[in-house]
Design a protein around this ligand. Structure first.
Ligand SMILES: Nc1nc2c(c(=O)[nH]1)N[C@H]1C(S)=C(S)[C@@H](COP(=O)(O)O)O[C@H]1N2
Ligand SMILES: [Mo]
Length: 374
């Protein structure tokens, strides 16, 4: 075990605030990610909230302001459990940094994506109890963790439009994989916004404010926005670039993973693919010759409409340096973009270019896990 109850081989990008992702092979073949393996993304120190005195305040454009304890929430509406993938907008940023450096942002690999079974109550039920007034367009989330990364330093926050907030899949969750939320994952209560970038799934939720406008929190108004490649993030202000919401179609090769030494010959290549919001993964192609020829992978059925899909394909690895490539289509017929260079942006968000796993199949040694930092 390392920090925050995570497995010892996490790739730790930062100790404080804690930012870590599992090695890719640890996600392979696991439709649900164990809590000790689930990536952790934080912008400030992890709060230690007392569940007994914790309250959730609901205000803004509502008929009735609410001040709820955990017991009130549990009593207020029937509990719901669903499986949802969280994917950070910075997932696979390392592929963008390889194109051009991105100072100040961590080189996340494809492990800033994990899937859990979440239990809580629909946000829609709480909003219905409060009663939305006319003009209600956005639902803003407030948390107590103060981030020095924000300018000026401020607690983390974000918002989603009312249409998403009142959709039945958006949960106020107190449990993850049937265990109470751990501190690192937002205890005692977090938002889970399935199908949207992870940034909107606000942890340590203490406030909900219904508004005519999106949250003016730094992490909604200034960060997690896609700037044009030539923009200077140091001078970009609130509202610049485009606001990120629904997750983009993406995929990653998990096993054998990028950087591994493997034996040439027959193997099975596996990975994940994920399509945000109301799209699903329709097809995944895999190449073991850098994209000259392709085989169609078998897709596992997802654990639910908001979960990633794992895929597998038998392959014959040639001897030498092997470039495994994977690319996914979604149910709209859209294919991932081929090149990371076309996607480069100053904050390094949404690298959903074709996934590459570069393998060393020069000798017939047994497979080794790719070790962080190796
Ligand atoms: N309060 C708070 N909520 C937060 C964050 C944060 O720093 N503070 N990080 C966000 C981001 S960017 C992501 S990707 C997810 C990560 O959730 P996890 O740490 O449970 O994996 O939490 C989101 N919610
Ligand atoms: Mo994120």
């Amino acid at each position: 075990m390392s920090a925050w109850g995570k497995r010892g081989d996490m790739l730790e990008h930062e100790a404080d605030p804690y930012n870590a992702e599992p090695p890719l092979w640890a996600l392979a073949g696991q439709p649900i990610t164990a809590v000790d393996t689930f990536y952790s993304r934080n912008h400030g120190p992890v709060p230690d909230l007392d569940p007994a005195s914790w309250r959730l305040r609901v205000d803004g454009l509502v008929d009735q302001e609410l001040d709820l304890s955990l017991a009130d929430l549990r009593a207020g509406s029937p509990e719901r459990t669903l499986t949802a993938t969280l994917q950070c907008a910075g997932n696979r940023r390392a592929g963008l940094i390889a194109v051009r450096d991105i100072p100040g942002e961590a080189p996340w690999r494809g492990g800033a994506t994990s899937t859990a079974t979440w239990t809580g109550v629909p946000l829609a039920d709480v909003l219905a109890a409060a009663g939305l007034r006319s003009g209600a367009e956005h639902v803003c989330f407030a948390a107590p963790d103060v981030s020095e990364l924000a300018d000026p330093p401020q607690p983390y926050g974000g918002s989603v439009p009312v249409a998403k907030a009142t959709s039945p899949e958006v949960l106020l969750a107190w449990a993850m994989n049937d265990e109470p939320l751990t501190r690192a994952h937002g205890a005692p209560l977090r938002v889970v916004v399935p199908g949207w970038i992870g940034a909107r799934s606000v942890k340590w939720l203490t406030g909900i404010t219904v508004s005519t406008r999106p949250s003016d929190n730094y992490f909604q108004a200034t960060a997690y926005r896609l700037l044009p490649a030539h923009a200077d993030p140091a001078t970009a202000g609130p509202g610049d670039g485009l606001s990120l919401g629904p997750a983009a179609l993406n995929c990653e090769v998990l096993s054998p993973a990028d950087g591994q030494s493997v034996a040439p010959g027959p193997t099975t290549i596996t990975g994940y693919a994920f399509a945000g919001q109301d799209r699903a993964v329709a097809r995944v192609d895999v190449s073991v010759d850098g994209g000259r020829s392709w085989a169609q992978a078998d897709l596992d059925p997802p654990a639910g409409p908001w979960a990633w899909q794992h895929w597998r394909v038998p392959a014959e690895l040639p001897t030498g340096a092997v470039d495994v490539v994977a690319r996914a289509w979604d149910t709209t017929g859209a294919l991932q973009p081929e090149h990371a260079a076309d996607l480069w942006n100053p904050k390094g968000y949404i690298n959903n270019s074709w996934a590459h796993a570069r393998l060393d199949a020069t000798t017939s040694h047994p497979a080794t896990p790719d070790r962080p930092g190796a």
